[in-house]
Ligand binder design. Structure first.
Ligand SMILES: [Zn+2]
Ligand SMILES: [Zn+2]
Length: 153
């Protein structure tokens, strides 16, 4: 459960013990663990994420594939495919959005399903060009009309 790793932090390299991150769906059927850091968190304002979450935007974070494992409930996971192999993963029992799959594997998790502090903060707003007209972004994070330059998937 304990992850010990060296992390670059503002020119300092520190070795710190980080508790594995755990999360799961609303009904508790699905639970996962990430035994390493989350990174590249962003708020996505695209119309598809807004519909899927029924919210102003959705927040995702990436992780290293080797760090991720399902604790239980993987068989309850379903994917709404918007295009072959891509879409949104959710619990078939309670509908909780768990993240973004690619080629049958989760590649980003929804920060809202993490228990406690995920130790990462959203760094930017993406697809702001599709933002809900009733939602006002009040923080000073960078905003991109679509995907940030140089990033894909
Ligand atoms: Zn559930
Ligand atoms: Zn989106």
């Amino acid at each position: 459960m304990l992850y010990t790793g060296a992390r670059e932090l503002n020119h300092w390299t520190t070795t710190e013990a980080v508790m594995a991150i755990r999360g799961g769906c609303l009904c508790g059927a699905i639970q996962y663990e990430v035994d390493g850091p989350l990174f590249d968190a962003d708020n996505c304002h695209c119309s598809m994420c807004r519909r899927f979450h029924g919210a102003a935007f959705s927040t995702y974070a990436k992780f290293n594939a080797k760090d991720f494992r399902w604790l239980h409930g993987e068989t309850d996971l379903r994917v709404y495919e918007s295009s072959p192999g891509r879409g949104w993963a959710f619990c078939r029992r309670c509908g909780s959005s768990l993240g973004l799959p690619s080629d049958g594997k989760l590649i980003e998790i929804t920060l809202g399903t993490v228990e406690g502090d995920p130790n990462v903060r959203p760094a930017e707003h993406i697809f702001v060009g599709s933002k809900a007209p009733w939602h006002e972004i009040l923080d000073s994070l960078p905003q991109y009309d679509g995907r940030p330059p140089g990033k894909n998937g």
